[in-house]
Design a protein around this ligand. Structure first.
Ligand code: ATP
Ligand code: MG
Length: 421
């Protein structure tokens, strides 16, 4: 029979890799909590309209990357391609915006892209969103948080911050008109993608990956020349705060981000160490989105990082600590008619030593065979219970990694031995 395979671009996380993911997720969660962010969880499946209305109809995501289908009631639903839309929807529905929440989330996202290293169809993000604050201070603090994260993960040397301001909606409208006029005059030099975007989403042409387009755009009007007083001072204050905190960055005028909802601050943390999939964390300010989705005007800023890419980067940087792969402490073996007493003793030991990591031998087999398994488990100690030990209420303790003679001890003495470590 033909074996069923996973869907292309959707990976399993196997046990040898999961400690790295847990390590990364724990580090991020710990840091988020130190900055006062609270976790929010929202569904993986949402109404298709939510993403169309927030991300924008003329974006790569909505045009060609969403997993959209009709459910059994013929409603159009979509596997979330990102977290911000669902987060805003959830906060609006629960009436949280008045509390200016500072939130984080994590989980799988889905985009129908061409799978390659660091680009999956089911991938994972951890993101943060802060609502109700319109000043550059919170933008700066979120950037400081991310800079600290790279420090704490030991990958700071591998990433750089790119920063830009998209201006206010009015600034962008003025700029957009100029850019469209300029590009229309050169329409025959635009590639197919850019021609299509010219009417729907002209700003996206700026971050075209096509070198010919990049060359052409060198002389195009610059968004920075169209920033009004409000956006310009927001950006200047943000930069002053980053400078004061020693967070370095590069202004990238081409950075426009792929989603429609951004304005003012946008940023990406990029690395040269992962080939083409160089952005590990991206975000910015999206003051218009809550209102666009039917809520009261609420300023907002956030970011999301791609966990697959961060895991790859930890590896490249040699930043995965050996200590994350911890074997069990104890392997508990039993031979003869002892199973009930062996399992009861194991439970008692777990109560006495709450931090104990222990494998109990399940099934049969000789002592020799069980000791082999004990050795393979990586445990430091093997506990042995045969019928003699069971009758005497003791355990034989074998040291698997040290030249220490085996001992016969009561359960509480074993607990003390384990507890002493
Ligand atoms: P890219 O330009 O690489 O397609 P993006 O701008 O579409 O990225 P965002 O929507 O900003 O990505 O998502 C934030 C982060 O999530 C990205 O910087 C990246 O680290 C990660 N990410 C996005 N799409 C994928 C994917 N298909 N597979 C793995 N990680 C992804
Ligand atoms: Mg993308």
């Amino acid at each position: 029979m033909k074996k069923i395979q996973s869907i292309r671009g959707m990976n399993d996380l196997l046990p040898d890799q999961s400690p790295v993911w847990q390590y990364l997720e724990d580090k991020v969660r710990d840091l988020f909590e130190r900055y006062g962010l609270a976790e929010i969880r929202f569904p993986i499946l949402e109404s298709t309209d939510l993403f169309k209305r927030s991300i924008g109809e003329v974006t790569d995501i909505v045009e060609k990357e969403m997993y959209t289908f009709l459910d059994r009631n013929n409603d159009s639903v979509t596997l979330r391609p990102e977290g911000t839309a669902g987060c805003v929807r959830a906060c609006e529905q629960a009436g949280l915006f008045s509390q200016s929440p500072r939130l984080w989330y994590k989980g799988p996202m889905f985009r129908y892209e061409r799978p390659q290293k660091g680009r999956l169809r089911q991938f994972h993000q951890i993101g943060a969103e802060v609502f109700g604050l319109d000043g550059p201070d919170i933008d700066a603090e979120l950037l400081m948080l991310t800079a600290r994260l790279w420090q704490e993960l030991g990958i700071a040397d591998h990433v750089t911050l790119e920063l830009n301001s998209l201006g206010t909606a009015e600034d962008r409208a003025r700029y957009r008109a100029e850019l469209v006029a300029w590009l229309t005059a050169r329409r025959d030099q635009l590639d197919e993608d850019s021609q299509r975007r010219l009417t729907g989403n002209p700003l996206r042409i700026l971050d075209s990956k096509n070198p010919d387009m990049q060359a052409l755009l060198a002389d195009a009007p610059r968004l920075s020349d169209y920033l009004g007083e409000e956006a310009a001072s927001h950006f200047a204050e943000l930069r002053a705060m980053l400078d004061a905190a020693g967070v370095t960055y590069r202004i990238n005028e081409r950075l426009v981000r792929g989603l429609d909802y951004y304005g003012k601050t946008v940023f990406e943390w990029v690395t040269g160490s992962l080939g083409a999939q160089g952005t590990v964390c991206a975000g910015g300010r999206y003051d218009g989105l809550v209102e666009q989705l039917g809520g009261r005007p609420t300023p907002a800023v956030g970011f999301a990082m791609g966990l697959e890419r961060l895991v790859l980067l930890l590896d490249v940087a040699g930043a995965v600590p050996d200590s994350i792969r911890r074997p069990v402490d104890v392997y508990f073996a039993g031979v003869g008619d002892v199973k009930p007493r062996m399992l009861a003793a194991a439970e008692e030991l777990r109560s006495l030593c709450p931090a104990l990591r222990m494998l109990t031998h399940c099934g049969g087999g000789s002592f020799k065979n069980q000791l082999k398994k004990a050795d393979r488990s990586g445990a430091r100690l093997a506990l042995l219970m045969g019928e003699d030990e069971a009758a005497a209420g003791v355990l034989t303790v074998k040291f698997l990694r040290e030249e220490i003679p085996q001992q016969t001890l009561s359960l509480s003495a074993v607990a003390e031995l384990i507890g002493r470590d």
